[in-house]
Design a protein around this ligand. Structure first.
Ligand code: ADP
Ligand code: MG
Length: 633
């Protein structure tokens, strides 16, 4: 047995390094801490200048209260703060900072210079270089404070090795500044990166004006959050306000949902579910709205002291607060009048209001109803492809879906229905399409007999009669073709370039990933007038380009290879476009076109379901017909 190691109190410097590890993980966190300090100091104007993603320099200049000369050395000590006096104050924190750790931690892992000049005083400067504090020197600076952080993590090679690319860090820093700019409209912000202005918003009085400056055109589509009158007398002092987007403006991620608790930007994640629920069925699967949500509540009902970076907070009555949010969102969307839709976008709000539930049942696609009728009391008979002997059917009617699975699929989603409605009228020329790849399905020989109701192909397939939904099958076939046709993803020069309306964050991401975008077939031109797309994959129509680019840029906010995302995008686009060119119901097909579709069916994976998961075919086994006509036994 080895002897126990003895316990020793760590020295201050080591403790400082451990603490610094938590507070300063990456340059964007430094910017966050410094901007918060400037806001706490009552600044009306904050300039942020970064170089090489903050790795070379982060300089934050404000016109706030400044730091008293005698306090300068103290500001660099751990647990030294002007914002908290006693333990009791912890229960009601009104400032963004209070832990007194940021400057001390930053000074441990970089060269940190603080120059400050309070009103009616001289300017002074102090430097801390990787934990070593220097003396106080005179400095010729404007009223306020200027903090310079250079060479971060230079002495922490292990930490440096785990840092992201400068361009990625820049876009993260833009996120940080945007979050704070949204929460403090009364402060003007300017962010420059490598001397280029990335974001500049003047101080304004109204939050609406700030949203316009940050979100651009889309701010006009935001509606003000209201609460049901029944909530007014409800218990609890919490109050939600803010703006949410109409359901036609959505994002692939929740990145454009900003939540502020008593003015403090916090992570939106804990609120996403309630927000989605508030939108009810109005959001497509996997989509998120754009929202700025402000929660005001008594300071003793929120605990911000749960996380070193304060992004996470704890609420005393969290479920009540979340339910209120959900109700407010639902109420807001229900009480917004329908706008006549001009742009061919998603249907107006009221038409999607609660009565939709009823209508949906009526609108259930015909096949789903048929399938349900035919299934009364019986599950579909399991179909065994290989078995040649006639299965004995016991069902009253043995119509089953060919997959042998229960044919009850969800009704069309709103988005799907919209797609069907807006599907182009130009049908793909079936006879002249590229062949699909090798035969991969072992299907019986199939011979088209006729077309029924110009919608279904009647097919003889060995001992079965198949009724094939021509649209569903063609859609599936097109999906596979589009999915695998790389030529559609090659850059195609646009006759007229498509201008992009991008906000600061999107621009930062675009700049960061311009090479990836080129690899995907997008050529983006930057001119005095802004950014525009001059080349894009052939598959994308002009009107799709901008929304597509917004989504891609959101996806690119994540670190790591975007390839998976792009694969998903390819899927999604193939999905959207599959429907568009597919033959519709009520369209005549000749026998050769039907043959072609049946032949394609052998070359696609899962030919029995369309891209929406509904069956492409119904099969009626010969023995079922025999049974029906009393030819059995
Ligand atoms: P905290 O913000 O938690 O108090 P910091 O380490 O971030 O801790 O800052 C320490 C102290 O330095 C603050 O309490 C504040 O008094 C002072 N300070 C920091 N930045 C500024 C600034 N930009 N303007 C005025 N005072 C500042
Ligand atoms: Mg602070």
């Amino acid at each position: 047995m080895s002897t126990p190691s003895r316990i020793k109190q760590l020295d201050e410097r080591t403790i400082g390094h451990i603490a610094a590890g938590e507070v300063v993980e990456r340059p964007a966190q430094v910017v966050k801490e410094l901007v918060e300090n400037s806001i706490d100091a009552g600044a009306k104007r904050i300039n942020i200048d970064i170089e090489r993603g903050g790795f070379d320099l982060m300089k934050i200049t404000d016109d706030g209260s400044g730091i008293h000369e005698d306090d300068l050395p103290l500001s660099l000590d751990r647990h030294a703060t002007s914002k908290l006096r006693s333990e009791e104050d912890l229960a009601s924190i009104g400032t963004l900072g209070f832990r007194g750790e940021a400057l001390a931690s930053i000074g441990m892992v970089s060269k940190l210079g603080i120059s400050s000049r309070p009103p009616n005083s001289e300017g002074r400067k102090i430097v801390m270089d990787n934990g070593d504090k220097g003396g106080i020197e005179p400095a010729g600076v404007a009223e306020g404070t200027c903090i310079e952080v250079s060479h971060i993590f230079m002495n922490q090679p292990a930490r440096l090795a785990f840092q992201r690319r400068p361009a990625t860090e820049t876009s993260k820093i833009v996120d940080v500044v945007v979050a704070h700019a949204i929460s403090h409209p009364e402060v003007g912000f300017r962010l420059t990166s490598d001397e280029k202005v990335i974001l500049e918003v003047p101080a304004v009085e109204q939050m609406e004006d700030r949203l316009y400056d940050i979100l651009g055109r889309q701010a006009g589509k935001m509606i003000e959050l209201t609460s049901p009158s029944s909530d007014e007398g409800a218990p609890g002092d919490e109050k939600w306000s803010g703006w949410i987007s109409t359901p036609d403006i959505t994002r692939g991620k929740g990145d454009d949902i900003h939540v502020l608790i008593n003015g403090r930007p916090v992570a939106a994640q804990p609120f996403l579910q309630s927000i989605r629920r508030g939108y009810r069925t109005r959001l497509m699967q996997g989509r998120h709205p754009v929202a700025v949500l402000l929660l005001e509540l008594p300071t003793d009902e929120v605990d911000v002291n749960v996380h070193p970076t304060k992004r996470e907070v704890r609420l005393r009555n969290s479920w009540r607060v979340l339910e209120r949010l959900e109700r407010s969102i639902a109420h807001t969307l229900e009480s917004t009048p329908t706008e006549p839709e001009s742009s061919g976008g998603i249907t107006g709000i009221t038409s999607l209001a609660p009565q939709t539930e009823e209508r949906r049942v009526v609108e259930k696609p015909a096949w789903a109803q048929t399938a349900q009728i035919s299934l009364t009391g019986e599950k579909p008979v399991e179909v065994q492809q290989k078995e040649k002997s006639r299965p004995i059917s016991t069902a009253e009617s043995s119509q089953t879906t060919i997959t042998g699975q229960e044919a009850i699929a969800p009704a069309l989603s709103i988005g799907e229905r919209e797609l069907h409605r807006h599907a182009g009228h130009e049908t793909e020329d079936i006879d002249n399409t590229e062949p699909l790849g090798p035969v991969i399905n072992d299907l019986p020989s199939m011979e088209p007999l006729a077309q029924f109701a110009d919608s279904y192909i009647v097919v003889q397939a060995d001992e079965e009669l198949l009724l094939i939904d021509q649209h569903a099958l063609h859609e599936r076939v097109r999906y596979e073709r589009l999915r695998n046709d790389e030529s559609l993803w090659q850059a195609q020069k646009r006759i007229s370039s498509v201008p992009l309306d991008l906000d600061a964050r999107q621009i930062a991401r675009l700049e960061a990933r311009i090479d990836d975008l080129t690899g995907m077939g997008f050529i983006i031109d930057k001119s005095a007038g802004g950014y525009s797309i001059t080349s894009a994959p052939a598959l994308l129509s002009a009107s799709e380009l901008e929304p597509f680019m917004h989504d891609i840029l959101l996806d690119m906010s994540e670190d790591g290879a975007p390839l998976e995302t792009i694969e998903q995008r390819k899927d999604h686009l193939a999905f959207l476009n599959a429907c568009r060119g597919a033959v519709k119901a009520n369209e005549k097909l000749n026998i050769s076109q039907m043959r072609r579709l049946l032949d394609d069916m052998r070359r696609i994976p899962n030919p029995w379901a369309c891209v929406h998961g509904r069956p492409t075919a119904m099969r009626i086994p010969l023995n079922a017909l025999d049974h029906h006509f009393g030819r059995h036994g």
